[in-house]
Design a protein around this ligand. Structure first.
Ligand code: NI
Length: 217
């Protein structure tokens, strides 16, 4: 073992030296702000953050999000932070407006972290097809403690882009369809409150106003 370690160390050192030489050739004395920006980028790449989830009636929740045009590191950071925030909540879906970012981005995982194939980020999603309908209870991270029966399609086919801009489609049934449509609604500024009866909507709004007054919302 000690021999291996020594070999590893000497190989590592020669690589570092080689890398430093190439850096010297490429870089002409960066100023302090450039160095700082580079440092911040490196730190951000290694970190995920739990973002603050905004609650109804924050205005951003009822505004349609802008289309994503740049598939850059900032987008990747936003998506990984949104996954972290969603799992932490915990929830099965989270849309960018719910973390105060008015963009066409949502994340979902109907397996609650158990099945990696269900961990999906959808950028600029479009609903291509829906069929059937069924009613089930829904909640929303922007409405903690509030649940409604909501009627939605049984199946939904949604086309979106991934964090690299590559198009893909999800053909989802039941919870997957429900989740995609609930999150897509968020990106259009539509809340699940609007998917229930006017009476239930008014009752929920009254309850929320009361909770706000009591400082419990
Ligand atoms: Ni929601």
């Amino acid at each position: 073992m000690p021999v291996d370690m020594r070999m590893l160390k000497s190989e590592f050192m020669s690589r570092v030296k080689c890398h430093l030489r190439s850096l010297k050739a490429e870089v002409i004395q960066p100023d302090e702000s450039v160095k700082l920006a580079a440092q911040t980028t490196i730190e951000r790449q290694n970190k995920m953050a739990i973002l603050k989830i905004v609650k109804y009636p924050e205005a951003v929740l009822e505004r349609a999000g802008d289309a994503v045009t740049e598939f850059d590191d900032d987008l990747k950071q936003l998506v990984s932070d949104m996954f972290e925030t969603m799992y932490n909540a915990p929830g099965v879906g989270l849309a960018a407006p719910q973390v105060g970012v008015s963009k066409q981005v949502f994340v979902m995982d109907c397996s609650g972290g158990k099945d990696p194939q269900q961990k999906i980020a959808m950028i600029n999603p479009k609903v291509l097809h829906t069929e059937g309908e069924y009613t089930a209870e829904e909640g929303c991270l922007s409405f903690p403690g509030i649940f409604f029966d909501v009627k939605r399609p049984m199946r939904a086919v949604v086309r979106a882009q991934d964090v690299n801009g590559k198009e893909f489609e999800v053909d989802g049934l039941e919870l997957t369809a429900r989740c995609m449509l609930h999150e897509k609604d968020h990106l259009d500024g539509v809340l699940f409150l609007q998917r229930t009866s006017p009476l239930k909507r008014e009752m929920a709004k009254r309850r929320i106003r009361k909770l706000i007054k009591q400082g419990e919302w």
